[in-house]
Design a protein around this ligand. Structure first.
Ligand code: F6R
Length: 242
């Protein structure tokens, strides 16, 4: 495990974007595992800048997003497909056919999960998986549980996650109850995992995930078993790791 704590969020964003862009420069057809949420927004901004300055092209990159809300389609402003279009995809040259995000509006969600895993198997392993961490230790939408699913599946979002994500919706009733998420096995198969944490509210869970017991009660703790885990934290989130 390689942990770096940055004194500013900007430095963290730059370092994460450099890791991703550096990989794509070295391996133009890299498979990227991407995350949504607040954490990667500044990283995607730096990647757009690198693209605009002709430092990197995404023309041959293939992308797989971790998760998508059940019931929210591309045109819903809170769908992760919409998020990715707004923060990255529509600004860079990644071909639409190389972009993969679970379809939360699929009529047959179980088949959609199987389809996603088939695509992952064909393209994978993921070269670099970008991750945020939930306050309850979730990665993707793998919530703390007695057991964790290895592969892509439909999951029920727990109250803490729905409350945390309510800030993006008008009312609590609009916050989706379910999501499709890649499983923990899918995540751990990535060659490199880059876990990013920002803000004081992530300090406790980040410390627990990286230094506490490996347990399904804290799905991010399973990352301790990954042979190539890179952790990038700002000073607030990394406070307890010093
Ligand atoms: C998003 C995802 C989630 C988030 C986590 C942290 O695709 O898979 O695990 O990374 O909920 O969210 P933020 O970054 O909003 O604190």
């Amino acid at each position: 495990m390689n942990v770096t704590i940055f004194s500013s969020e900007h430095e963290l964003n730059e370092a994460a974007a450099q890791l991703i862009a550096g990989l794509v420069i070295a391996k133009p057809d890299a498979v990227l595992g991407l995350a949504t949420g607040s954490t990667p927004i500044g990283i995607y901004r730096e990647l757009r800048r690198a693209y605009e300055r002709n430092i990197v092209s995404f023309r041959r990159v293939r992308t797989f997003n971790l998760d998508e809300y059940v019931g929210l389609g591309e045109n819903h402003p809170q769908s992760y497909r919409h998020y990715m279009n707004e923060h990255l995809f529509r600004h860079v040259d990644v071909p639409p056919e190389n972009i993969h995000i679970p379809d939360g509006t699929a009529a047959d969600l179980a088949e959609e999960c199987r389809r996603y895993d088939r695509l992952l198997d064909q393209a994978g392993p993921i070269d670099l998986q970008l991750l945020g961490i939930g306050h309850n230790g979730h990665i993707g939408f793998n919530e703390p549980n007695g057991e964790l699913a290895s592969r892509t599946h439909v999951t029920e979002l727990n109250a803490q996650t729905r409350n945390a994500n309510a800030r993006f919706f008008q009312t609590m009733d609009e916050v989706p109850t379910h999501a499709i998420t890649m499983g923990v096995g899918d995540i751990l198969k990535a060659k490199t995992v880059v876990l990013v944490a920002k803000g004081a509210d992530k300090a406790d869970i980040l410390c627990r995930a990286l230094t506490g017991p490996i347990t399904t009660d804290c799905p991010a703790s399973l990352l301790q078993t990954h042979p190539h885990l890179i952790v990038l934290a700002d000073a607030e989130a990394g406070r307890l790791l010093r």
